[in-house]
Design a protein. Sequence first.
Length: 63
Amino acid sequence: MKVVQNVQNFFSEVRTEMQKVTWSTREELKGSTLVVLTTMLILSGFIGIADFLMSHFISLILR
């Protein structure tokens, strides 16, 4: 029955730790999401342009 006791202890500790968590407000979450989406768009644009330029450069070299 040590396994059952370990599982109960685990969930008790999880509950204690979850009570210590501070959750983001809706406004903080919106701001963070906007930062992530903006960064993703900028990086994907940069990678797409870099890929396009390098593929054309390599095709010129291989001709």
